[in-house]
Design a protein around this ligand. Structure first.
Ligand code: ADP
Ligand code: GLC
Length: 477
């Protein structure tokens, strides 16, 4: 039997330990799916408090005493709580143990030392990977980095002359890890790296650019987004570099955790249901209406939205069409948090339409499942969307998504078959899709066919895991 591939999966968040968005869902599920198909994939995570508290059988693996710019760092190892995936943890309380989230303090401000925090994560990833300094018996054949937080790792590997292959996955090009140029040398990068052909990005240091420039392969989380980022505007300033790497750039669609998002066995729901027995979905809708003080009306088309409340997600377009939805007899439920003005916008809307619109500002995983189950339709009019997960959760829950035809939304929703896809990037574009959806909703046999078409899609991780494994094999040779 072939020796199993060893992959170090370096990431700044992973479910169920720490999550701000879809990256955590991916990091929680993909390594487990890779292990299922025989790839020895292990995680590397920062030692935030919930990570130290949640990882099982945690013990010291190594003491790292000579990392330039840092005091002694402990590397711990253990297992992920649900999946048992092996995980290495960078234990450095000064940088990682603090109140607040992984990137921001309790008031939502970025930590001022984020460059140092994630340079440390990248340094450790590079150290564990480099065959020139074997630190442990287990040494990866390939380092897989995710987003700007691990972007310096391919650069560090390059400058110490380690040939181990690297993959840089872009989950969202809008977050580039931009820091002042004086950090280049402080973070241990040679000055020559501060160039257009290097880590420089419009006069600053960009962690993501470093990863994109020095990694052997760039991947992103849907085939359409892989094309979109090679051009303006979605290339967000890196389109030239990305287009020049078109032969070493690919899109692999995310999957979803079908055990976690599973209507026949979802412990968050008041009632289970499945494609063969749909009765429970009506109960989920009624219970959601009751919990959120919406009118108890089984006929009203109920629209759900669960999202980071940022410009990317097109919430402003939803706010512009919401009065129209209510006029047509519809109801709306929002769950999200993010930019203060957007949060206020959804609160104001709910205030204007008591009994018809509910807005929950905050983060609530259980409620997110109940909204997926209790809604008839799901709104995801993102201006851009590298992949997006909720449109897939929605289909699995028989909740028909309305999406803007970009990125992964385009790759996972088929217009008039499993959902409604609009092209014009505006509130008007969204409204045309809402009108089509309301007409379809009124035709019950047709609606049921759409629900079932979504519920029978296969969005499991198995397919994507096989694509990643094939890519790893190609690069490892
Ligand atoms: P992104 O990573 O850009 O935020 P994704 O669609 O890939 O978008 O993933 C978002 C993930 O975060 C989904 O699992 C979604 O259900 C979850 N999520 C977003 N906002 C909330 C919230 N307020 N409460 C609970 N879950 C949320
Ligand atoms: C990012 C993207 C989202 C994607 C997620 C996981 O946060 O915004 O589209 O689904 O990463 O890859």
């Amino acid at each position: 039997m072939a020796r199993s591939l060893k992959i170090l999966f370096a990431t700044s968040e992973a479910r169920p330990l720490v999550k701000t968005g879809g990256l955590a869902d991916v990091s929680g599920a993909l390594p487990a799916a890779l292990r299922e198909i025989g790839v020895d994939c292990r995680l590397l995570l920062p030692g935030y408090h919930p990570v130290l508290a949640g990882v099982k059988n945690l013990e010291t693996a190594l003491n790292l005493t000579n990392l330039p710019g840092f005091g002694p760092v402990r590397l711990l190892q253990g297992e992920m709580p649900d999946s048992g995936v092996p995980v290495y943890v960078v234990d450095y309380p000064f940088h990682f143990q603090r109140p607040g989230g992984p990137y921001q303090d309790v008031n939502g401000a970025d930590y001022p030392d984020n460059a140092w925090r994630f340079a440390l994560l990248s340094r450790v990833a590079a150290l564990l990977t480099c065959p020139l300094s074997p630190l442990m018996d287990w040494r990866p054949d390939l380092l897989h980095c995710h987003d700007w937080q691990t972007g310096l790792a391919p650069a560090y590997l390059h400058f110490v002359g380690c040939g181990t292959p690297t993959v840089m996955t872009i989950h969202n090009l809008a977050y580039q890890g931009i820091f002042p140029p004086e950090l280049v040398s402080q973070l241990g990068l040679p000055l020559e790296s501060f160039a257009v052909e290097g880590v420089e990005y419009y006069g600053n240091l960009s962690f993501l650019k470093a990863g994109v420039y020095y990694a052997d392969w760039i991947s992103t989380v849907s085939p359409t987004y892989a094309m979109e980022i090679q051009h303006a505007p979605l290339g967000m300033g890196m389109q030239g570099l990305l287009a020049s790497r078109t032969n070493t750039l690919s899109g692999i669609l995310n999957g979803i955790d079908t055990a976690d998002w599973n209507p026949p066995a979802d412990l968050h729901l008041p009632c289970e249901y499945s494609a063969r027995s749909m009765g429970g979905k009506k109960h989920c809708k009624r219970s959601l209406q009751e919990d959120l003080n919406l009118e108890d009306n089984p006929q009203a088309p109920l629209f759900g939205m669960i999202s980071r409340l940022t410009h990317q997600k097109g919430v402003d377009w939803v706010l512009q069409v919401a009065d129209g939805i209510v006029d047509q007899g519809g109801q709306l439920v929002f769950l999200g948090q993010g930019e203060a003005t957007v949060e206020q916008g959804v609160r104001d809307l709910a205030g204007r339409h008591p009994g018809k619109v509910a807005a929950v500002v905050g983060y609530d995983e259980g409620l997110s499942h109940r909204i997926e189950a209790g809604s008839d339709l799901f709104l995801m009019p993102s201006r851009f969307e590298p992949c997006g997960l909720n449109q897939m959760y929605s289909q699995r829950y028989g909740t028909v998504p309305i999406v803007h035809g970009v990125g992964g939304l385009k790759d996972t929703v088929e217009d008039e078959v499993t959902g409604f896809v609009f092209g014009e990037p505006s509130a008007h574009g969204l409204w045309t899709a809402v009108e089509r959806a309301l007409a379809a909703f009124a035709d019950k046999p047709h609606w049921r066919r759409m629900m079932l078409a979504g519920m029978t899609q296969d969005f499991s991780w198995e397919v994507s895991a096989k694509e990643y494994a094939a890519l790893y094999r190609k690069l490892v040779g």
